[in-house]
Design a protein around this ligand. Structure first.
Ligand code: KG4
Ligand code: ZN
Length: 333
């Protein structure tokens, strides 16, 4: 089954072709980072306009790279949400045009299910598993007992972890997106500050990063006022140690409680070197899988893999009433 997949939920215009939910034949990603960098974050209106400019080229390039034509495609999978509504609509409508034009069935895919399935590209899933989803918009622990079944164990009560990274970076005067830069600097710094580990002993699987973020911002502000020397590397390291301690500890708690066979880390923050090191250092009894770097941040390949498994599980497709939805639950609540 050849799947054409589409991802436009934020600031990447991406189309991919995959085979049978496993093999990636092409994955074209047009990133808008350089444009949004100027504003220190994603500007939704600009993101929508850039998706419009790039979408046709990205579709054709993905088909060409795969060495196929649109007539070879069996199913179209498109991110229907959550995300920026203007951005989502461009991908969903482009996908519907191709669906209508070539008579190809279409299926809407949840963005987070895509992030989770990014791991499946290189490593087969064994159930039950715990997925730690850490991105710019999400921080969640999810239990999967079988393919395409998601049980939310807990989530952030305020900021997502990637969002906290981006805000700390902004205060330190570092470019957007902040996560990769803070990560890089933290490797050159020392943990000179003992920042709080929010909710580490809360006994549940929820998170909170807004207080930690404010703690870092206040420290920076006070040091600046007192004209103290600021070493960004040390602040970054101290922040990263606090964040990763909480993420890893909660993941271990979930692993032990649900006796899972593997852990899958998903989303943009899965690229974080401190998180990778700490997970691998502290979890030895079962495998911890991270997607390869190119599949950590938003891309359409992961949507193709998730779309395949959604179709296999539910055995139904959507129709042309499919629409983008800025808020969409992964788990029915
Ligand atoms: O999954 P993603 O591409 O978009 C969302 O769905 O949100 O994640 C983007 C987020 C940004 O907040 C970015 O700063 C963060 O992932 N990120 C990182 C790293 N690479 C990307 N955060 C920490 N360390 C990294 N190496
Ligand atoms: Zn994402």
């Amino acid at each position: 089954m050849y799947i054409l997949s589409v991802e436009t939920s934020c600031d990447e215009t991406s189309v991919s072709v995959s085979l049978n939910g496993k093999e990636i034949l092409s994955n074209v990603v047009l990133s808008q980072i350089d444009i949004h960098k100027e504003y220190g974050g994603v500007v939704p209106e600009i993101a929508s306009r850039e998706h419009i400019k790039g979408i046709t080229y990205v579709f054709d390039q993905a088909i060409n790279d795969a060495g196929l034509t649109y007539k070879d495609i069996d199913l179209i999978a498109v991110t229907e949400g959550p995300g920026l509504i203007g951005s989502l609509l461009i991908g969903v409508n482009a996908a519907k045009v191709v669906s209508l034009n070539y008579g190809i069935p279409i299926i809407g895919v949840h963005h987070i299910s895509g992030h989770i399935y990014a791991s499946h590209i290189q490593n087969d899933m064994k159930f039950p598993l715990i997925a730690l989803v850490v991105s710019g918009g999400h921080t969640e622990l999810i239990l999967m007992k079988e393919h395409f079944s998601f049980e939310k164990l807990g989530e952030t009560q305020d900021d997502a972890v990637g969002e906290a990274y981006d805000k700390v970076a902004r205060v330190l005067g570092l470019p957007y997106p902040g996560g990769p830069v803070v990560d890089k600097l933290s490797r050159q710094g020392k943990e000179t500050y003992k920042f709080p580990r929010p909710m580490i002993d809360s006994g549940d699987f929820n998170f909170s990063f807004s207080g930690l973020k404010s703690h870092v911002i206040n420290l920076h502000h006070n040091m600046k006022q007192r004209n103290e020397e600021i070493v960004p590397e040390n602040i970054c390291r101290s922040f990263q140690e606090a964040v990763t301690d909480v993420l890893v500890q909660k993941t271990i708690n979930a692993k032990d409680k649900y006796k899972v066979k593997q852990i899958v880390v998903a989303g943009g923050v899965a690229a974080n070197s401190g998180l990778r090191d700490k997970m691998n250092e502290l979890i030895k009894d079962i495998p911890v899988y991270f997607p390869s770097m190119k599949y950590c941040t938003d891309n359409a390949a992961m949507i193709g893999i998730a779309g395949y498994h959604k179709y296999m599980k539910e055995n139904k497709v959507d129709d042309l009433m499919l629409n983008g939805s800025s808020r969409l639950n992964l788990v029915e609540e």
